[in-house]
Design a protein around this ligand. Sequence first.
Ligand SMILES: [Zn+2]
Length: 191
Amino acid sequence: MRFTDDRYAGERQQFDLAVRLIAHEARTHIIAALTGFSQDRIRKLYATYFRRPDGSTIRRQRGKSPTNVAFFVRNASVQAEASTLVYLFGLFGILEITERLDPLPSRDCSGVVFGELLCRAYETYTSLYPRTTISFERSWNLYRAITSRKDALLADCLHCGNIYVQDALALDRAECPPCRLSRTRSTATHV
Ligand SMILES: [Zn+2]
């Protein structure tokens, strides 16, 4: 009986996470990876719970997930949003930052718990900005870029010491987003 209860609670947790991820328009393969549900089961969830009165379902992202890191540094404001997201990943315990500013995946959480914390970090980010530029898919990409692929990294600003997200392949000016913004503004004023 106890086993059945635990199993039911586990399934319920997977289901709630899948619904949350569908609402964030995550792709099926990401939902499958984070919940442990099969792709077929997720397709059925869409059809059953996300059907509109006209018979259509909510928007489903198809194809490959974005893996472009240049997106996060294309201007100071997106870079500031990306940096906030990485702080939140740390705050919610899904990554650990070493003394050498190397972000590593947290060893303390995995599976559904990881998925829930990723959602909480993303939802906190969307509550902090009136308009957000980074989709859930892209925030997942940022997490992977900074913890495992290492094509994005954390750098400290030469001017003010702020920690911020940088493209690993960029010619780093060692400037955090606020310093980058103030330089851009003063250059514009002096032109
Ligand atoms: Zn700075």
